[in-house]
Design a protein around this ligand. Sequence first.
Ligand code: AMP
Length: 173
Amino acid sequence: MDIKKVKAAIRDVPDFPKPGIIFKDITPVLSDPKLFKAVIDLFVKRHKGKRISKIAAIDARGFLFGGAMAERLGVGLVPIRKKGKLPYKTYEETYDLEYGTATISIHQDAFKKGERVVLIDDLLATGGTAAAAAKLIEKAGGKVVEIDFLVELGFLKGRGKLKGYKLFAPIKY
Ligand code: AMP
């Protein structure tokens, strides 16, 4: 399956969640089993046989890809969630948004020391969320081997916040 077909299925929703934002809606990719499989195949192929211990997935759309990847790779899944959602002891990171701040968290016992972790989210925008998530993985003892996104909004220069990490994003705008 050509990744161009996946790109063609991603829907632009203007002015969501607020005026001026063009939201990249991946739900048409999820609802088509061939497209969804093509995406998971692509991510899984990168990490098969690479001694990955865990997939860490970002709340909430990262969970959709991360769960499928972890199951296919036969590795553990670690959710990184918005503050107040994880039930056990957590580490937290706060980062800047366009207006205000956001806080995400991870369970303190998510990893054994030095475990090799792939971080996954649906989309790289300004990079603040992924940078905070990578810090959380490191606080909890994991090593970030790669950060994967389905989509990268290159014009927002999110890579600048993720220097030092290996990144993969097959669809770019
Ligand atoms: P950022 O921290 O700016 O890189 O934002 C990344 C997070 O916000 C990801 O979890 C995305 O799902 C979401 N996001 C940001 N901008 C968009 C957009 N234009 N379309 C869809 N999701 C977005």
